[in-house]
Write a protein that binds this ligand. Sequence first.
Ligand SMILES: *Cc1c(COP(=O)(O)O)cnc(C)c1O
Length: 360
Amino acid sequence: MSRVYNFSPGPAMLPEEVLQRVQHELLDWQGRGMSVMEMSHRGNAFMSIATKSLADLRELLVIPDNYRVLFLQGGATGQFAAVPMNLLGGKSQADYVNTGIWSKKAIEEAGKYCRVNVAASAERSKFTTIPLQQDWKLEPFSAYVHYTPNETIGGVEYHWIPETGAVPLVADMSSTILSRPFDVSKYGVIYAGAQKNIGPAGLTIVIVREDLVGGEHPGTPAVFSYKTQLENDSMYNTPSSFCWYVAGLVFDWLKQKGGLARMAEINRRKADKLYKTIDDSDFYSNPVDPACRSWMNIPFTLQDAKLDAVFLQESASAGLVALKGHRSVGGMRASIYNAMPEAGVDALVGFMKDFEKRYG
Ligand SMILES: *Cc1c(COP(=O)(O)O)cnc(C)c1O
């Protein structure tokens, strides 16, 4: 067996220890004679998996008691619609901050349900910056403020939490949740698709402040209703049980690794190494304002785009895969979530230096 360092933005790498445990338990989970895939989600075996994973996530993120956690389906994209359906209440408007492709998609979807006030946009900088909060035009009668803490494609990340007073703050944390500790109590709703930093694709985590539940639009589909799903412990319909189980193993792994403070240290060091390699050279570049560079997704271009194909081919041969940048940005992108070992980043840095020597 030989495993590569996979820099895919998502579905992304999972910790090898987790995959091994899945393999070990695949045919017979803890003496039950069946795989988790084959279990009733209502049986006591799966209930114990669900309960433990929830408790571990609450512990890792230090989720306050007045917040509830949902394990849903539909991806972050499903939440682009679920958020306005659940949170508008009687209001007809929400504030959105536009920092790139994922914010734009959230804005577009919300526009089906309400008037969207784009409170700030980084479009003029070609999404290489984050608008300062002092320049945001928030409106007090908006139902909530939505933002994207980490733009997976552009590689821009907030290293601060917006202040929105009494208006609930909503965050699409798909590509940054669990990368470091943060204060959950600053938020109304947090959601994240699992396939970046949590587990396999097919699971969506929603963390919602209790008092925001219950005012949903009557047309809200039951599977997307926070209220209905909370009343049914995320099992109003069959949940994505196998993904939920793997996510639980990832939470367990994170706890064993020392939790999110430790992950933050490692993630910061991994990102610093890669940015330093880029900044120290004239051969590679990253267009993002250093104040808002992502720890998780690092796009970079080569001085001569004609070398892109060679770079991709040679890096893949060296066991460094999925480095091709998003078509909208071009060049390369290294996604380095929790499961990317520091040795993977070291290997990439080594490869980049060597490639520059040979072609620079
Ligand atoms: C990947 C991603 C999405 C889309 O997630 P799906 O699970 O495919 O719906 C949305 N927002 C961000 C920030 C992402 O990184």
